[in-house]
Write a protein that binds this ligand. Structure first.
Ligand code: NAP
Length: 247
């Protein structure tokens, strides 16, 4: 497991956006970021799940969160611009994005892959992070110390049969992260990296491996050290890396 002990006030006064914050890894990251002092903008598809996370953050006495219900599969350029305008009015800047929302799609040979599902997966896993990053770049530039974190996967580094659009989208995510990191090489106030969570006890994992005993897997809480490290100031200067949460 990646080892890092975060100080309690690591993310004090930071404004952070977490996508897919309603459940799984995103939910845990949102709560941990709030617990370390951040105001977290919870973006996700299902309002009730976001409400629950909002309430949990409030009940714990952490900085009040904000909720952005948004379906990344169908969001338009207009929706992204509207989000940017709202965040600009509310906060004036953004200190970090965790691009975490993800869709597994189906596990089947490329020959049989349903093109509709292919496009859905690409939309959520790759195109949405591109659109969000591009649209929100002015707000990130306004931060003294911003961190952009993409979410990768082992199948985004070495292709594996039947993982189809999911694997290809994660290769694309690694590429997007590297291109952006290279472009920002001389922009010290914005760093861009990726995390490969590794096998983690969530619904997505259970869906991908129905025969596996979830009890044998690390929980989202177990893999949080690298999520905290890359979001906070201790990772200043780390640029263009893809880090294993369980490495
Ligand atoms: P998860 O439990 O299935 O959660 C995925 C989250 O993404 C959910 O909150 C979901 O929202 C959101 N989402 C899906 N489609 C969306 C859309 N169209 N618009 C907005 N939000 C959407 O998955 P997870 O296991 O926590 O995975 C989190 C990330 O880690 C993903 O990028 C995944 O590829 C990656 N990852 C996970 C593992 C693992 O073993 N778990 C391993 C490698 C990589 P709803 O709750 O509303 O559906």
């Amino acid at each position: 497991m990646f080892s890092y002990q975060a100080p309690a006030d690591l993310l004090k006064d930071r404004i952070l956006l977490v996508t897919g914050a309603g459940e799984g890894i995103g939910r845990e990251a949102a709560k941990q970021y709030a617990a370390h002092g951040a105001t977290v903008i919870l973006l996700g598809r299902t309002q009730e799940k976001l409400d629950t996370v909002y309430d949990e953050i409030e009940a714990a006495g952490h900085p009040q969160a904000a909720i952005v219900p948004m379906n990344l599969e169908v969001a338009t350029e207009h929706d992204y611009i509207e989000l940017c305008n709202t965040l600009h009015q509310e906060f004036g800047r953004l200190d970090g994005i965790l691009h975490n929302a993800g869709l597994l799609g189906v596990r089947t040979p490329i020959e049989n892959y349903d093109p509709v599902i292919w496009h859905q997966v690409m939309q959520v896993n790759l195109n949405a992070p591109f659109m969000l990053t591009q649209t929100l770049m002015p707000l990130l530039s306004a931060s003294e110390d911003a961190s952009i974190i993409f979410t990768s996967s082992s199948v985004g580094r070495k292709g594996r049969a039947y993982w189809g659009a999911y694997a290809v989208s994660k290769f694309g995510t690694e590429g997007l992260m590297q291109v952006l990191a290279d472009e920002l090489e001389n922009t010290p106030n914005i760093r861009v990296n990726a995390i490969n969570p590794g096998a983690t006890r969530t619904n997505m994992r259970a869906y991908a491996y129905p025969g596996e005993n979830p009890e044998t897997l690390p929980t989202p809480a177990d893999i949080m050290p690298v999520y905290l490290y890359l979001m906070g100031p201790d990772s200043q200067g780390i640029q263009g890396q893809s880090i294993d949460a369980q490495g």
